[in-house]
Design a protein. Structure first.
Length: 254
C-alpha cells in the first residue's frame, strides 16, 4: 500500500458479499484506503480492481478464514494500525430447534461469529491502543437482542457480539478508541442462501413482501456512525425495515 499523508485506513471483514462489500464501496467512494477480507479471493480481487479503478484508493485483498486464529494473525499481524475496523464477517446455518441442529452448523456459527470476530477485534485493539485513536464497529443483529425459536445458536452468537462490544467499549474507554455495534434486521444479501445451505428458493421466500433493507442502506448508516465528531459515539444502533418490529414480528405485503 502506498503511504499517503494522513490516509484513513479501514479494515472490512466479510467484504466478498452483502453488507461488507457495500461498506467497501461506500468507504472507497469517500476516499478511504481499504484492507478487504473474506475467504473467496477471486471476489476480493475483482472488488479491489473495481474500487481502485473507480475511486483511486489503495485496496489490499486478504483471503483468510476468521475461524483460524493463526490465519488471522498471519494476515493482519504485520499491518499498520487501522483507523477503523468494520468487523462484519458472519453467518447463520440452519433454522431448526436446537435438538435437531447439526453440530457442524452450531460450531461454524460460534467459531465465525464469536471467536472469529474476537480474534480480529483483538488484533485491531492491540494496534490502535498505542495510537490512542480508532473505532471498532461490530455487525451484530436484531437476533442478538430479540432471540427467536429455531435460531438458538445464531441468536446466542449475536447476543455474544453485543456483550463483547459493551465490555470492549469499557476496556477502551480511556484509550481514545470508540466501540460500536449495529444490529440490522432483515437485509437482502447472500445471508439466507448461506443459512439454508444453498436453497435459493427458500432464501428468496424470507424476503417475500417485506421490502427488506439493502446492504447499501446499512453501509450508509455504518458510514454515518464512523463520521461522528471525535467526542460522539453511536454505541448501539438498531436498524430495521419499516415492515419489521422485532426479529420475528414482520408485516408482509402480499
Ligand atoms: P453475506 O453472506 O452476504 O456475507 C457474509 C460475509 O462474511 C461474506 O463476505 C463471507 O465471505 C464472510 N464470511 C463468512 N464466514 C467467514 C469466515 N469463516 N471467514 C472469513 N469470512 C467469512 O451476508 P451479510 O452481508 O448479510 O452478513 C454480514 C453480517 O451481517 C453477518 O455478521 C451477519 O450475521 C450480519 N447480519 C445480516 C443480516 C441479514 O439479514 N442479512 C441481518 C443482521 C445481521 P467468504 O464466504 O468469502 O469467506
Ligand atoms: C439476520 C437477521 O432475523 O434472520 O441476523 O436473524 S435474522
Amino acid at each position: 500500500m502506498e503511504s499517503k499523508e494522513n490516509a484513513s485506513i479501514a479494515w472490512i471483514t466479510g467484504a466478498t458479499s452483502g453488507i461488507g462489500k457495500a461498506c467497501a464501496t461506500k468507504f472507497a467512494k469517500a476516499g478511504w484506503d481499504l484492507i478487504i477480507t473474506g475467504r473467496r479471493l477471486e471476489r476480493l480481487i475483482d472488488l479491489q480492481k473495481e474500487l481502485q479503478n473507480n475511486y483511486s484508493v489503495n485496496v489490499i485483498p486478504l483471503s483468510f478464514d476468521v475461524r483460524n486464529a493463526n490465519e488471522v494473525e498471519t494476515a493482519l499481524g504485520n499491518l499498520p494500525a487501522p483507523t477503523i475496523l468494520i468487523n462484519n464477517a458472519g453467518l447463520s446455518r440452519g433454522l431448526d430447534p436446537l435438538a435437531q441442529s447439526l453440530l457442524s452448523d452450531m460450531d461454524e456459527m460460534i467459531d465465525t461469529n464469536l471467536k472469529g470476530l474476537a480474534y480480529v477485534s483483538r488484533i485491531a485493539a492491540q494496534k490502535m491502543i498505542p495510537h490512542k485513536r480508532g473505532h471498532i464497529l461490530h455487525v451484530g443483529s436484531i437476533a442478538g437482542i430479540d432471540p427467536y425459536a429455531n435460531g438458538t445458536v445464531y441468536c446466542a452468537t449475536k447476543a455474544g457480539v453485543d456483550a463483547l462490544t459493551q465490555a470492549l467499549r469499557m476496556e477502551l474507554l480511556d484509550k481514545g478508541i470508540k466501540v460500536s455495534v449495529i444490529h440490522p434486521g432483515m437485509v437482502e444479501t447472500e445471508f439466507s442462501e448461506v443459512r439454508f445451505h444453498g436453497d435459493t428458493q427458500r432464501a428468496a421466500n424470507v424476503y417475500q413482501g417485506v421490502n427488506p433493507l439493502t446492504p447499501e442502506e446499512v453501509a450508509d448508516v455504518i458510514y454515518y456512525i464512523i463520521q461522528q465528531p471525535a467526542h460522539v459515539v453511536l454505541s448501539e444502533v438498531v436498524m430495521l425495515s419499516a415492515n419489521q418490529a422485532g426479529a420475528r414480528m414482520i408485516h408482509r405485503n402480499h
